[in-house]
Every structure is written in C-alpha cells, then in structure tokens.
Design a protein around this ligand. Sequence first.
Ligand code: FAD
Ligand code: UDP
Length: 375
Amino acid sequence: MFKKYDFLIVGSGLFGAVFAQQMTKFGKKCLVIEKRSHIGGNIYCEFKEGINIHKYGPHIFHTSNKEIWDYVNSFVEFNNFTYSPLAHYKGELYNLPFNMNTFYQLWKIKNPQEVITKIQDQIIKSGITCPENFEEQAISMVGTDIYETFIKGYTEKQWGRKATELPKFIIKRLPVRFTFDNNYFNDRYQGIPIGGYNKLIEGLLQGIEVRTDIDFFKNRHEFQNIAERIVYTGKLDEFYDYKFGYLQYRSLRFEHEYINLPNYQGVAAINFTEFDIPYTRIIEHKHFEYGKQKGTVITKEYPQEWVPGAEAYYPINDRYNTEKLNKYNELVKIEDKVIFGGRLAEYKYYDMHQVIASALSKAKKMMELNHGLIR
Ligand code: FAD
Ligand code: UDP
C-alpha cells in the first residue's frame, strides 16, 4: 500500500532532527511529530528578558569529533564558551573539575607531585584495587577527601540512590587533572550556538514538515500506517506499553527566577555538593552567551524520581534497569520497520554529540540499505 511518508519521526529532539535532516537531504519524505508545544527536545531554550533560558537544564556542546563539530557548525556558528562550574561546599567555593585549583583550595598544596602522593595514599588506605561500583570507582580516581566533599552528597541526591548501588561509568565522565585547568571537558571542541540552541534545531528541521502538540500514542494506529518506517525517540518502555514494567528515570524540577541584577553569581553554574541542600545546581543562563542584559535569570535544579506524567531526564543504567532493558531490546531486535534512537529510546546517558553520532550512523545505514549495499 502507498504510504504518504518515507519516515514518521516521533520526537523533534536532536536525534529526530538530525535523522530527518539526513534523510530529507537524501530525497526522502519525512514527517516529524512532537508531543510538546515546541521543537528541540531537551535542548530547547525559552527566550525571556533577552536571555536564552535552558528550559530543560544547562547544555554545553562538546565533542572531539571534527566531523560532528563541522556538522553542527554548518547550521549555526558556536561561541567560545568553556564550561568551568564551581562547587559550593559548606559555604566555600572550589573549582571544578577536580584539578590543581581544587586541590590547592582544599589542602593548600601547590605541588602536583605532593597532590598525587596524597591521593594515592588515600586510595591505598581505602583498600580498593578493583572498583566495582560508583563509590569505589570515584575513590580510586580521587581519593576519599575529594569523594566525601564533592561527590558523595551530590551524587546521592542527584540519583536518589546510594553511590555503592550506582554504575562506575557515571563518574568516569569527569576529568581529574594535575594542572591548574578548570575546563570541565577534555574535548577538542566546545561552545554554545550563537543565538541559542533553537537556531541549531530550526536549521536542522528547515523545510521539513513538523507537527507539534501531537502525541504518537494518542493515535498510534493511524501513525503506524502513514509512513514506510517509524523513527522513535520517546521512552522505550512506553513504546511496548510497559509490558516488562517501568524502566526507571531520574527527573528534575526547575525553579526559575528573574533577578533585577546584572550579575547574580558570576559564573554559569555552581554545583551544591552537600546532600542537605536540596538542589544540585544553580544556573545563571546569561553567562553561556556572555550576556550584558540589565537583569538575570537563575534556575535551581532539584532532582526527583520519575513518576508517570513527569519528564524522564536521566536513564538509570544500574543492574535492575539493565535487566529490564535487555528484555525490551530483544523486542527492538525483531522490529524491521522501527528505528529506535536517542537518550530515551536507547536508554543511554548520551550527551548531545553522542546522540548526533548515533543519528548520523543510523541514517547512513538507512541510505546504504536503500542503495542495496546492506540487507
Ligand atoms: P530528547 O531531547 O529528549 O527528545 C525526544 C523528543 O521526543 C522530546 O521532544 C519528546 O517530547 C518527544 N517525544 C517523546 N515521546 C513522544 C511521543 N509519544 N510523541 C511525540 N513526541 C514524543 N548533553 C550535552 O552534550 N551537554 C550538556 O551539557 C548536557 N546537559 C544536560 C543536562 C540535563 C539536565 C539533561 C537532562 C541532559 C543533558 N544533556 C547534555 C544531554 C542532552 O540533553 C541529550 O543528549 C539530547 O538532548 C537528547 O536528544 P534526544 O533527541 O535523544 O532526546
Ligand atoms: N558529580 C559529582 N559532583 C559534581 C559534579 C558531578 O559528584 O560536582 C558526579 C554526579 O554523580 C554526576 C556525575 O558526576 O551525576 C556526572 O556529572 P555531569 O556533570 O557530567 O552530570 P550531568 O551534567 O549529566 O548532570
């Protein structure tokens, strides 16, 4: 039967937008549907008081992949922002990520070799030789002082679980350096789109049919029949009607506030690493774009467990959820008309550049399939 579209793309976040852009360029007809009232998924910004507000949490683009950097820059130019958040612990401020500035502020040690020896001593004392969970991994990277001050409290409120129950890979994201360098990322390229992330998404989706305020599940039967294939970027468990039960997510509550001051905290982000302070960070959005507006907007980020109806922000890739995920992925394997992609559908703690890489690679596979290069 003739289908009106080649691809129905469910979700207008980065995965959906990149996939749609690639297939449209390849000559395919795409329809993007989005259940929110705006495009862009979690990178969407709201423009208020002359400032781009990162509505779903602070986003800094970073990658070491030149192809991906050139790809995003072909839609919008990026500024030279470097993420250097601070940590707030018991009334004091420290530099992040963990580097000589942090070590000096904590211990007043100026010499990198002395710092290395101090951390090594703490690791040996901990008795951890082969880390098996988040806590052990963190201690074996930075020792016990840094762990107790900057990691344990932040992590346990962020994830709502004990650090001993979380996977190791989460902490491996953070650099540890023995130089005085406050750059939060090790990647070669970094920045914020000039004029905001919406420019990136609008560039990707230019000329493509997009319908907002449309939930795939409200009309699933009809949508399944209007395109040759479906590209699904929503929650994986929802696609299968939760038949193996809920995958767990961490959600967030954002408290935005306008302040009639040109500069509230002097930096884009301060992490509050004590467990007792209920929010994890305060974001001051104008600093991502070196804003000179008269006022400022700050956002406090409160972590919470995902419940039906809330936004699912972070997949929790622990043992319990991995077992469930494996069951869902068995169903994914036998779908031949549905492509699953992105943070929610792949249930992976992806950064933006990784989502783009995944979308480019799946689009490439589709093109090869079309040319009869693969089966
Ligand atoms: P999403 O952006 O979630 O898009 C999925 C879209 O699908 C959504 O718009 C959703 O509404 C829509 N949808 C879902 N179900 C349906 C349905 N049934 N019908 C129709 N539409 C549907 N990455 C970085 O690289 N740097 C950072 O600094 C960074 N900071 C982050 C901070 C926070 C707080 C969070 C949560 C993430 C951060 N990320 C960061 C990760 C980044 O947000 C993601 O990698 C990326 O935006 C995911 O894109 P996506 O398309 O997979 O998913
Ligand atoms: N983390 C921490 N203290 C900090 C910053 C990060 O303990 O000040 C830990 C925490 O477990 C967090 C993880 O490192 O979830 C990854 O941090 P990242 O900044 O990459 O988190 P995201 O921006 O994705 O929320």
